[in-house]
Design a protein around this ligand. Sequence first.
Ligand code: ZN
Length: 349
Amino acid sequence: MTKHIPIFDGHNDTLLHLQDGVTSFYESLHDTHIDYHRAKEAGVAGGFFAAYTPSPNPGEDRYNYLNENGYKFPLPDRITKEEALGFTHKLAAQLFRIETENPDKFRVIRNVKELKDSIDTGKMAGIFHVEGAECIDSSFDSLYVLYEAGLRSIGPVWSRANDFGEGVPFCYPSTPDTGEGLTDKGFELIQHCNSLGIMIDTTHLNEKGFWDVAQATTAPLVATHSNVHAICPISRNLTDEQIQKIADSGGVIGINFAVNMLRADGKMETDVSMDEIVAHFRYITDFVGVDHVAFGSDFDGTSVPDILKDVRGSRKVLQSLSDAGFSEEDLEKIAYKNWVRVLENTWKD
Ligand SMILES: [Zn+2]
């Protein structure tokens, strides 16, 4: 049984559902993947809460690009700093509201001690993550202000271009090598994050951008919600060389439950078996070791397998990993200890 092992998750988009400022994390939200009660039932100790600014035209015509050979969704248009900063404030405010509504149940985490205390005492831990750095101005003033507010993790890009680099589009089948790497400002962003101790998430970067981060950063390499390209050859997934590099840096990969990133055929269809999910954890463990794989669900940001349904599915995955022969020690690392280790080696305190 794995019931006693807490789960710490690398990525959710739950703040998007709370953006109206009316809906509460403590309500039972049946049409979402995560609310407080279901997360608690699943034994979730906490996770990275993403502040993601949606593209104004999220690509209603995306499926026009689908055909029997796969798909190639173009990158959405850039978004402005003003809209990104405004929206980031809105979502960050919702994260802080979760804490102020119930400070005995939830805490926004700013250092490793708070994270460990939270996991030990069962108070849910939220890490403020920015997905796509459009809200950061070229002087980096907003990075410092957001850091003071609690920002501890940032992805330089979402799957679009910005002043720091270029995201990877959703293409199947495709390598992640789809465009240009970091800009000069992108390299500066890495330096500022290193000096502040903000975790840099390589998720959504194209391959050149990934290798630029790998060369520039002094912290362990992290992909909070990406899977194995050798299993599912979508552009969003990680090649063996990338997985090896993340492992060599002492970093971690959070496994994403997006169906089109799990399935070998890359289809946006939700009848995915538990074996297909376990395969991604198994592949990384066999290839580079159990220290480099973790949860990165993408709940509330994507379509997940029917068998998972919502956040409670994470517990089913952990149990299936146990049934598949992962030891208790391995399960603890995958469930939360790998994330704690990486943050210990990344944050300043
Ligand atoms: Zn994402």
